[in-house]
Design a protein around this ligand. Structure first.
Ligand SMILES: Nc1ncnc2c1ncn2[C@@H]1O[C@H](COP(=O)(O)OP(=O)(O)OP(=O)(O)O)[C@@H](O)[C@H]1O
Ligand SMILES: Cc1cn([C@H]2C[C@H](O)[C@@H](COP(=O)(O)O)O2)c(=O)[nH]c1=O
Length: 206
């Protein structure tokens, strides 16, 4: 069936969008999931984030979480021709850990992508929520429990990487202005997902 992912820096509105999609797309019976945390491995990831563990350890735990996510949630759902919508996925790794591993290992993005080669699944469509850094930080300032990624210098680099990914894969990425009204964002993304599902059904009939 179809794998759709939601991406964006902290505060860009992914959780808000996901909640709206759970209502508006109910008729499609999607499998809603997320990274990190779809399996117990995600608990280790959350602990690593909280304890600000070594960045290579943190990165490999994120990859382990992805492997468990694919094995226990994504592959079985796709095999049953279900629509899968994931709040964060591999592009988060390629964007965030490429920043946290700068100066730690050579060419971190190349290393991260190589770790996924041969077994990961590329999404059919990725909605990238774009937001000015000041607005993201303003939104995050209202939230408790900040994570070490949620700093201006990190988020600026992460969002720049996301934009590079979107330029490199214009057919997969849809950039969404997170400064638009919540309902307008949700309506646009829900409509685009329905279109992706319809196109997937046409391809299967050929
Ligand atoms: N389109 C929008 N317009 C205005 N405010 C928004 C919009 N989308 C989300 N918000 C607000 O921004 C804040 C962060 O939203 P949300 O938690 O969905 O972001 P997030 O990307 O999931 O962040 P994180 O990755 O840190 O969980 C919330 O207070 C939410 O109400
Ligand atoms: C999947 C994934 C996530 N992250 C970062 C992004 C966030 O700052 C935290 C937690 O994610 P949430 O959406 O706030 O629950 O983890 C990352 O660095 N690498 C990844 O692969």
């Amino acid at each position: 069936m179809v794998l759709v992912t939601l991406e964006g820096i902290d505060g860009s509105g992914k959780s808000t969008l996901l909640a709206a999609l759970k209502e508006s797309l109910e008729d499609l019976s999607p499998v809603f999931t997320r990274e990190p945390g779809a399996t117990w491995v995600g608990d280790s990831v959350r602990r690593a984030i909280a304890e600000q563990i070594d960045p290579v350890c943190e990165a490999t735990l994120f990859v382990a979480d992805h492997a468990a996510h694919l094995a226990t949630v994504v592959r079985p759902a796709l095999a049953e021709h279900k629509l899968v919508i994931s709040d964060r996925y591999s592009d988060s790794r390629f964007a965030y850990q490429a920043v946290t591993l700068e100066g730690v290992i050579p060419e971190p993005e190349r290393w991260l992508r190589a770790m996924h080669d041969g077994w990961s699944i590329v999404p059919d469509k990725t909605f990238l929520l774009a937001i000015p850094i000041d607005d993201a930080l303003a939104r995050l300032s209202k939230k408790s429990g900040r994570e070490h990624f949620e700093r201006r210098d990190v988020l600026e680099k992460v969002q720049n990487r996301y934009m590079e990914f979107a330029r490199a894969e214009p057919d997969r990425f849809v950039i969404v202005d997170s400064m638009l009204d919540k309902d307008a964002v949700a309506e646009f993304v829900a409509g685009a997902i329905r279109q992706v599902v319809a196109e997937g059904k046409k391809r299967r009939r050929k």
